[in-house]
Design a protein around this ligand. Structure first.
Ligand SMILES: *Cc1c(COP(=O)(O)O)cnc(C)c1O
Length: 392
């Protein structure tokens, strides 16, 4: 299998093998074509790229460091390097995507930005970018999530965004996406829908991967400096929709590194899903025998999406990446382990990646002495209350 065929431009139909595509109502086709064309020319334009790079540096705080996790490494018997997206402005990798799509919104001459959010992180990031660029911002959020993440709702409002609680379906992320798409159909002339992960219709999975690839490209250079020119043996990230993992993998897909994405056990679309169509894309989805979408369940609102980005479906089927799971209990243990060995409280999402690594090293599935690059996608402040409740 040639590594070179992976993570390239999927072309005008937006297919990653059998996955991806653009399964949307007729009324949204021109909007998606407009976004694709605008992104294609912006991404090839040194002026746009320069403006984005300036914002990533001066506003978001890039490049983020890679931290050698010495005490954790000793504990697990492997050499662990952490890519520190928790240290960005707003505290997660999501800022990389929204600065790119915010700039693109201006480029397209639009004045309003829509976003969906689960844990609230993408909503806060979108509200942040909208404030920075002077855009109107509406965030759709499942009612259940607004209750679980009250503080993030407040943050979005402080930043000037309107938060609309979604009361349909399971009242979580998947329903918020449906509502945002519905809004976009009616407002497309002046509105951009800023999708928060590598999901949705083409060009979003490709565009969001490209905007997040800064994580992987920086990390590869930083690893080479730390490892005397070598690449890590294993590259690890958590997967909700899959944007921090896709951005991370993009930097290493051409190396010999083993790529592992870790889903929540209760939302493991790659393990228990069946290919189907949702939110404009074909991908692995949790569904029953009649094709009804099942609810994902996890302690982490950011991982409770019943599908996975289409490129991950392809990377998994082709064997270039593999996907594993971590349970809620393992995740809580891993979060405390990182806090106590390194003084870093991670978000619950990246604690899934660490939880898998802890189990895999104990089971002997990862060779002792291996080098591991793990993306720490966000900081744990937003989850402190949830964790406090679970540890009582
Ligand atoms: C949103 C979020 C995730 C999950 O999203 P991906 O698109 O899979 O990266 C993971 N970690 C953090 C900290 C998040 O906020």
């Amino acid at each position: 299998m040639s590594a070179a065929v992976h993570m390239t431009d999927p072309g005008p139909d937006g297919r990653f093998g059998d996955f991806g595509g653009r399964f949307i109502p007729e009324s949204l086709v021109p909007a998606c074509l407009e976004v694709e064309q605008a992104f294609r020319s912006a991404w090839a334009d040194p002026v746009f790229r320069g403006r984005l790079d300036d914002l990533l540096r001066d506003y978001a705080g890039r490049p983020t460091p890679v931290t050698e996790a010495k005490r954790l490494s000793e504990e697990l018997g492997v050499r662990i390097l952490l890519k520190r997206e928790d240290l960005t402005h707003t505290g997660s990798h999501k800022i990389n995507n929204v600065l790119g799509q915010g700039l693109l919104t201006l480029q397209m001459g639009k004045t309003r930005m829509l976003a969906e959010t689960g844990a609230g992180q993408h909503g806060v990031a979108s509200a942040t970018a909208a404030a920075l660029f002077g855009l109107e911002c509406v965030v759709y959020m499942g009612e259940v999530d607004t209750e679980r993440q009250e503080l993030n709702v407040f943050r979005m409002r402080l930043l000037g965004a309107e938060v609309r609680p979604v009361r349909s379906g399971s009242r979580t992320l998947k329903d918020a996406v449906n509502e945002a798409l519905r809004d976009w159909v009616a407002t497309v002339e002046h509105t951009h829908y800023c999708i928060g992960s590598v999901m949705g219709p083409h060009p979003f999975p490709w565009m969001v991967r490209e905007l997040q690839s800064v994580v992987g490209h920086e990390a590869r250079e930083q690893c080479r400096a730390l490892l005397g020119g070598a690449d890590p043996d294993l590259v690890l990230a958590c997967v909700g929709g899959g944007s921090n993992a896709a951005g991370t993998f993009a930097g290493f897909v051409e190396t010999g590194a083993d790529l592992v994405g870790v889903e929540a056990a209760g939302g493991a679309a790659m393990d228990r899903g069946i290919p189907g169509i949702l939110h404009g894309m074909r991908s692995y989805l949790l569904q029953d025998e009649w094709g009804q979408i099942l609810e994902a369940e996890s302690i982490s609102a950011g991982l409770d999406y019943p599908g996975i980005g289409p490129e991950h479906s392809y990377l998994g089927d082709s064997g270039r990446a593999r996907y594993a799971q971590a349970s809620d209990d393992e995740v809580l243990d891993a979060l405390q382990l990182l806090a106590r060995t390194e003084g870093i409280i991670p978000a619950l999402e990246p604690a899934h990646a660490l939880a898998w690594l802890v189990g895999a090293t104990r089971r002997g599935e990862v060779e002792a002495g291996s080098t591991v690059l793990m993306t720490l996608s966000g900081r744990g402040d937003k989850d402190a209350e949830t964790v406090m409740g679970l540890l009582k």
